[in-house]
Design a protein. Sequence first.
Length: 488
Amino acid sequence: MDASAIVLFQADLRLADNKALFFACKNSAPIIPVFIYSPEDEGAWAPGAASRWWLHHSLSSLKSSLAAAGANLVIRRGPFAESVNRILAESGARSVYCNQRFEPAARRLESEVEASLAKLGVDFHRYNSSLLFHPELVRTSDDQPYKVFTPYYNRVTRLKSEQPLPRNKRLNPASVSLDSLTVSDLDLLPRIAWDEGLMSVWTPGEAGAQKQLRKFLSEGLALYAAGRDRPDKELVSRMSPYLHFGEISAQTIWQEVVRISETTGGGESGSEKYLRELVWREFAYHLLYHFPDTAEQPLRQNFEHFPWRRDAGGLKAWQLGMTGYPIVDAGMRELWKTGWMHNRVRMIVASFLVKDLLIDWREGARWFWDTLVDADLANNTLGWQWTAGCGADAAPFFRVFNPVLQGEKFDPDGNYVRKWLPELAKLPATMIHKPWEMPADVLGRYGVTLGRDYPEPIVDHSFARQRALLALAEIKGDQPGKGRLKKV
DNA sequence: TTCCACTTACA
DNA sequence: GTAAGTGGA
């Protein structure tokens, strides 16, 4: 009988189109599916509270799917490398299969495991089962990594993407019985029950991912080109947490969307726009892979001396959705209640924190990291650096969003604001994005007194815009940062 | 070198 | 229209 193979589940909590699982089975060794929870190995970026909530439910789902296919998921606590070695010793397994992760801490960890397995003479099989395009394979004509989205997009869309693998219906589990923690032992759920809102909108797990994809493909995709910018509608995919935890693969989504655009022909612009968003995710990983310190440091070095303001009160108001700008506050409250925020609104609230309050983008990244169910180091880093103007894509000058105009443009009826700010629900659409412009007595007739029911704006936008442009001018003469071009 | 592109704001 | 910087072919 063949020695068994350990399949390490990490950010690939699925059975379908999972290369590590597929090839472990194909090589016909009995398998031992393992998940090791090891936040200490993630350094500064251990999963936040919302991610831990998601992980709890996702692991429960994975465990049941594996059980239904005949295999037990072995759950352990880290440290990661030590746990792998222990399971090898306990099981006598002769090979380890896993899908690569691309975050800096995960890459270091993987090298460590690779070295220790080599010493033991255990085969280590690694696959990219999460990105459409491996970051190493996409280069400019100068053999450099890309730093601007559009040329990156033009490059990768000429590459061929892989076909997803079929799912193994039955697994061949190893007969050894290993100790395992339960999912609850990992203590991932919040102590105080703040997770009701998350519970009511999300179904973590592979089945939930498939269901959400079906819904998006039938209801959102055709209207996606314009609909993606409308937080008041339900037209975006909401696939981000499923992608982050690998409950569905990007290849699967890509192929489904391409298939639809080929058969329908008509709804094509929606498909194209959505595939473009998937490429943004690829680009985020491309950047984090080639510039691994960008989660902590601006890609452009001249931003290292940017005059950020320390403003604990402003930060708190932003976090709680109490800035006095309705579109910003609605977004921050959606985030707090549901662990997610519409992408258009993410850009607006991020611009507000960074440009209007002049608060360091890393404060925003931290808050998002703790509160988003889709918190993803690559996407989060790209998003915040893009907004701050210190990352990929030039033109920081263009990026001071006007929260009133953004609200009026993308939430024209005010329904998104009404949903998350019930205190403003009665205001007419014409004023709901700028209640301070109404005379106090008129506002009072709608039951709103500013400063009592809803805050006055904590900063005047046109003043803040000027202040941000001055701050940007201060660092303009500095070196933009060729230093980071070197590959690490 | 030259030219294009850029999830935009304000006049 | 103009503000206006930078990467990429």
